[in-house]
Ligand binder design. Sequence first.
Ligand code: OXD
Ligand code: MN
Length: 587
Amino acid sequence: MYSNKAVSDWVNEMAGLTKPDTIVWIDGSEEERALLTEEAAASGEIELLNQEKLPGCIYHRTAENDVARVEHLTFICTSKKEDAGPTNNWMPPEEAYDKLGALFDGSMTGRTMYVVPYLMGPAASGFSKVGIELTDSIYVVLNMRIMTRMGKVAMDYLGGGADFVKGLHSKLDLNPERRYICHFPEDNTIWSIGSGYGGNVLLGKKCFSLRIGSFLGKTEGWMAEHMLILGVESPEGKVDYLAAAFPSACGKTNLAMMIPPQYARDKGYKVWTVGDDIAWMRIGEDGRLWAVNPEFGFFGVAPGTSMKSNPNALLTTKKNTIFTNVALLEDGTVWWEGMGTPAPEHATDWKGNPWTGGVSAEKAAHPNSRFTAPAGQCPCISPEWENPNGVPISAILFGGRRAKVAPLVYQSFDWDHGVFVGATMGSETTAAATGQVGIVRRDPMAMLPFCGYNMGDYFAHWLDMGKMIPNPPKIFNVNWFRLDGEGHFIWPGYGENFRVVKWILDRCKGDAGADESAIGYMPKPEDIEITGIEDEVNLDTIRELLSIDKDSWAQEIENQKEFFSKFDRLPEEIRAQQQKLAARLGL
Ligand code: OXD
Ligand code: MN
């Protein structure tokens, strides 16, 4: 069907290894989707949902042991261990090819191998890159169809070229003892075996767009980041864009699809979503940093998504969506905890068991259950989201969940200081997750599990980019999660975060003042708009949210030092920034 020798040679080689009964080349057409859906429904791999209430939607359950990304089974296989760095698992490439090769040998016998060409980035963009995933899972093909621009469009982009990321995936027997996600950045190759869970098997996402992508970015002079991208339109119709990185469980998808508060809507402000998870950023001809969302869909966590927390996400999932590991209702629709509708009396839980709720009941939906939905269906999708040039980024936001140390918002003094702020990002565990409160999990730039090379070199790349971008974005840190003495959130969060975003973008335009503090530039309390939330927040509340507690910062710096002590290639500038911070704090 396609004529590209580099591709067919490699497909033949991989078919020789995995020995499928048949090979099917994916074209991305509607007829193909219908056929694959029918086949997967007949085999029980998926179930069709109620096609009147949820047109085009299907349901899938993963194996019970296969519900999340497996960081301990994820490897960066560079020839030299130091190039993978202290924060990645490493395996020598020969060992990984041998070990996984033995598992892949014959793994597709009795199965079909699907050849899935896909494009990360818009079809008309010079920023975009091609991947080909070979998989024995129809579920993977149907997901890739939503998450990427899949099929003919990708082969047309590749033309006769050989520059594509080679991905091989087999479910094998879904045995966690035989599960590995290996990346070979020096070979543009990803091998994933033994899993059927999204983050491990939709190879365009974390594996290509972040791990291989970050490596390519370092080599080619651009940035692959774990960031949402959003635009804020002013009443005059001008749109400013920002990119933001948060560790998981910090409301990233909610921020990406935020609805501005009433006061701002009344004035004519709008928020547009460009991407919810990944940004590929390059220096534009105008000297600014321009970002593209390489993905085509959202792979979002379902629990907690409601008409209150994120109406735009929920509305995106009303058609053409794949639901994984949520609860199934008797009328062929879906439910999850935190959906904002009462728990059903009867449901089938994510394991396929009858569920009737009750106090001691396990969750009906797995906490990491997901929706895979086309980005184009999002009510607030930006008109620019497929712009081949991307969108110009005015601000970069870093954030985490910090009870005390980080204020609501501060701006770094300059790019290098901003890199230090990103490098020291972290989030605190909550009691519910681990039984421990206040343990900081460091997650620089939210890239700890996704950086495809030595993270010290990654910081150096950030510092180098700062020297190369003539007009770089300004860098900020936000924290929606400050707690008061009784453990209650002080800031209302969700759509109200717009008030902070507004100050940030005004700062970028030179329209907002700031006070200089030891940690960065901070808003004057009266610069955070509180119209409409005066019942909850007054100027004293904002003062509290912006306060800096010296003892907490002293502890924070010690904790950062401990984290950095394992880095073999920490740039001197990062250490210098830390010393300057300590000096400014009088420590
Ligand atoms: C995701 C993640 O699924 O970051 O996006 O884990
Ligand atoms: Mn993510």
